[in-house]
Ligand binder design. Sequence first.
Ligand code: HEC
Length: 137
Amino acid sequence: MRLLSFLIIFLMLLSCKTDKKETPLKNNVMPQRGELSWESQIFLGNRLFSEKTCITCHDVHKSTIGPSVKEIMDVYQAKNGDIFAFLKGRAKPIVDTTPEQVAIMQANIDGFLQEISDEELQTIATYMQHVDDINPD
Ligand code: HEC
């Protein structure tokens, strides 16, 4: 009887130990930007859209100084546009092509957008692509 309880305790201790082993150390390490989950990217993109002042000209639903995010996404989806390429200055505007409006956004691309990293621009683009998921009408 004594031996049996001893054995049970021993087995319990052993299982505790293997439990710990199953949690590899790398789970405690912060993931790189590229490894961010889809949810984290959208969360971060949403935050950057405000922090980087995009929101001051782009409301989600209604046109203000610039077209709304919904309007931009409708055109980009219909024309299979590449937001990241546009924000990098590698693709022409396809939403509002009136010269005065294009000049406003172009000044951003040549100006403060240069300070935003590719990873951050990518998360902003991902957020814009999924704006419907987190901002239903
Ligand atoms: C000072 C106002 C202003 C700010 C700030 C601003 N935009 Fe714009 N944006 C505009 C205007 C005006 C247009 C319309 C011209 C155009 O479509 O290129 C536009 C257009 C766009 C378009 C559509 C481009 C196309 O294909 O026509 C995208 C995408 C965009 N902005 C993203 C952003 C992002 C992302 C940010 C923040 C990093 C941002 N904008 C900040 C004014 C602004």
